[in-house]
Ligand binder design. Structure first.
Ligand SMILES: C[S@@+](CC[C@H](N)C(=O)[O-])C[C@H]1O[C@@H](n2cnc3c(N)ncnc32)[C@H](O)[C@@H]1O
Length: 449
């Protein structure tokens, strides 16, 4: 039997500082001053300030009131204040060995980014220029630009050699983001969008069914990416990288289109993530063939990695264009092509409820690696709910996001500052924490010159 040392157990709750940090981030993101929120909650400014400093413990009704006023899900506030959901507590009492083991197995390695974690914490100064940004050292608004447009139109007008990396998750099923399919999605039934069954009482995000594409659709898909790759190739600087999310059924079409447009395939990033795709028994014959799975249960998501050919050697490209390689995690550790990842967290989906929102813990690792010297502009031409742009802000990178759908565009406008203000993944037990501005420390040195 493995022995567990006494020091591996810590009291619950913690000292309340994490609750206070989250409260402060959410208050700033909602545009409240300390006084204004205290007035709204009918408490004193001093009490609210003590809550934010972790010096007072909020009651459960107080947490519910805060969540309602800030229009956020109360779950994270409850947990960070030391209140575990009763059913979860029961599971822990009943399975004291198994429950922690299952959680560790599922969450402990998600999104670990030692480079961020190693950076010294910087104190936030009061923000004088924008009430919605929690990151005063550099105005977030100066770091990124979001555009409501069709990316093909936008790309045509963009100057050649003016983008340093592309990180994107395109509508690779093509159909799912047509007006027709989006209206079916918003009505909650039918079409290409599959609404997965509720699990443990939780409604899950809809998933597009890629298998319904016809041969004609596949030709159209290849053509779409051929046109796209041509435009992207022109606006990228030599040596600039493209990270493009895809799926195992269609990746070959996407990759071929990019290669034919003259881009070099440089590898593939494997996002290890448990999805609900595949793993089913034959339809209408599942009892007869109960030992059969039609397709493997998908446990990974491929991200194609491409590069516009360098002019000369990589070192020449790095000097001239600031591109050609990938940023290391640290001096000792290169960027690796397998990344363990959780599905997007509830708090992020609540901030930006796009059906394909990528988790910050994952996308920040990709975005950070895309600029080898941390300089240049990242483009996401299929911005969706803004996860790439938020990740770029968190790394202190300049970025541009393009989104053609007006609702998703508005979602991104509202969601980016809040997604950017979350810590990539928080502490080792997977708690998502507000970032304390530590990753923003880089902004001034990278872009303030
Ligand atoms: C898969 S989603 C991206 C999700 C995003 N990565 C996120 O984390 O929220 C693709 C997005 O591209 C948008 N889109 C589709 N065609 C587009 C086009 N031609 N130009 C710009 N955006 C487009 C869709 O409306 C959709 O929001």
């Amino acid at each position: 039997m493995r022995r567990i040392a006494e020091k591996q157990f810590s009291p619950v709750p913690s000292d309340g500082r994490e609750f206070g940090q989250l409260l402060r981030t959410e208050r700033l993101a909602a545009g409240y001053s300390l006084g204004a929120l205290a007035f709204k909650l009918k408490v004193t400014k001093g009490y609210l300030s003590r809550l934010e400093q972790g010096k007072a413990k909020p009651s459960k009704p107080m947490i519910a009131r805060i969540a309602k006023t800030l229009t956020i899900d109360p779950s994270s506030l409850f947990v960070l204040a030391g209140y575990l959901p009763t059913d979860v507590k029961r599971i822990f009492y009943r399975y004291p060995v198994e429950a922690p083991a299952v959680l560790r197995e599922s969450f402990s390695e998600y999104g670990a980014n030692r480079d961020w974690a190693e950076q010294p914490k910087k104190k936030l100064k009061p923000n004088t220029t924008t009430s919605r940004s929690a990151h005063p050292t550099v105005n977030l608004e100066d770091l990124y630009e979001v555009v409501h447009a069709d990316c093909f139109d936008w790309l045509k007008k963009r100057a050649s050699n003016s983008i340093h990396a592309v990180v994107t998750d395109p509508p690779y099923g093509l159909k799912e983001y047509t007006p027709e399919e989006k209206s079916k999605l918003r009505r909650g039934h039918g079409g290409i969008w599959r609404i997965p069954p509720r699990l443990g009482g939780c409604t899950r995000m809809p998933l597009p069914r890629f298998t319904v594409l016809t041969d004609e659709d596949r030709v159209a898909l290849k053509d779409f990416f051929s046109r796209w790759a041509k435009e992207i190739s022109r606006v990228l600087v030599p040596g600039g990288h493209i990270f493009i999310a895809t799926n195992p059924l269609l990746s070959h079409l996407v990759y071929l289109a990019l290669i034919e447009a003259g881009l070099e395939k440089r590898g593939e990033i494997i996002r290890l993530v448990q999805t609900l795709r595949g793993g089913d028994r034959p339809k209408n014959a599942h009892k007869e063939f109960d030992d059969v799975t039609v397709m493997p249960r998908s446990c990974w998501e491929p991200w194609g990695l491409f590069r516009k050919p360098c002019e000369g050697r990589v070192q020449d490209s790095l000097r001239k264009w600031k591109t050609g390689g990938l940023r290391r995690v640290s001096k000792e550790e290169p960027f690796c092509d397998v990344i363990k990842s959780a599905p997007t967290r509830a708090i992020e989906r609540e901030i930006s409820p796009h059906p394909s929102l990528k988790p910050q813990a994952f996308i920040r690792q990709i975005v950070r690696a895309a600029l080898p010297l941390g300089e240049g502009i990242i483009l996401d031409p299929f911005m969706g709910g803004g996860s790439t742009i938020a990740a770029a802000c968190a790394a202190g990178y300049q970025s541009i996001g393009i989104e053609s759908d007006p609702e998703f565009y508005e979602m991104a406008v509202k969601g980016i500052p809040r997604l950017a203000s979350l810590a990539p993944n928080g502490d080792s037990n997977g708690t998502l924490l507000p970032s304390q501005g530590k990753i923003y420390g880089q902004q001034q040195t990278l872009f303030g010159r």
